[in-house]
Design a protein. Sequence first.
Length: 254
Amino acid sequence: MQNLGDFIRAHRERTTPDRVGLPAGGRRRTPGLRREELAQLCDVSPTWLTWLEQGRDVAPSGKLLARLADVLHLSTAERAYLFSLAERLDPHADEMHEEVQPLQAMVNAINAPAYVLDRQWDALAWNADALALFGGWLDVAADAPTRPNLLRFMFRSAAARGLIVDWGERASRLVAEFRADIGKHTGLPAVVGLIAELAQGSTEFQARWTLQDVVGRDGGLRRFQHPAMGELAFTQVTMHLAKRHDLKLVMLLP
C-alpha cells in the first residue's frame, strides 16, 4: 500500500487549489493541496487520508478511488495505474471509450479478416474481409442500438451454426475463453447484463457457463463453411492493445 500512498501524495502536492476550485490564498508549504482539502473534496476524514498516504492497512473502495482520480485530474494512464496499485476495479471503466476512428484505420490496414472486441466482446471496428466472412454478425446498420456482440452471434444466430465448423465444440471453447478473458471483471454492469441476457435466452449458453470451464484465448485453426466462398481455414491471432488492455485485436490469417 506504500506505493499507492506515495502516488496519491505526489499528485496531491502537484494539484493546485485553483484547479479544484479552491482559493489559493494563505501561507502554504507547497503549492499543492493540503491533506485536509483533498479529504474534504473526497468526503473522507483527514486522518483516514493520512493513513492511506502513509501506506497503512486501509482499504479504499473503487468509488473513493474514482473520486480521487477525478479531483486530482488524473490522466487515463494515471487513473489506470491508481486502480492497479490499489488492486481495485474502476467503476467507470466502461465509460472511458476508445475513439473508433483509429481502430477502424488499424483494421483496414490488415489484409485479412480483422476486428476489435471490447471487454464484453462487442465489436468496435472491423474490416471488409471480416464483414464478408461474418454475415449475420457484423453486417449491422450504422445506427443500430447495440454493437454486434460475438457471444450473441454464436448463441442466438442461425447463421453462426451454419458458418462455424464444429459449432458445439467452438461454442464450448468460446464460453471458456470469455470466462478467462473477463477474469475479475465479472461484476461490471455491462458484463453482468450480457451474461444474464445470454443465460436467459440460450439454454446452450447457460449449460456451458455453469460448467465454470476456463481456457486461454490462444488462437489456432478456425474453420468455416461459408455460403458463398465455401470451406475456409484461418489461423487466429489475438493481441491486446497497449493503451487499452480491455480491447483485443483479432486477426484471421490465411
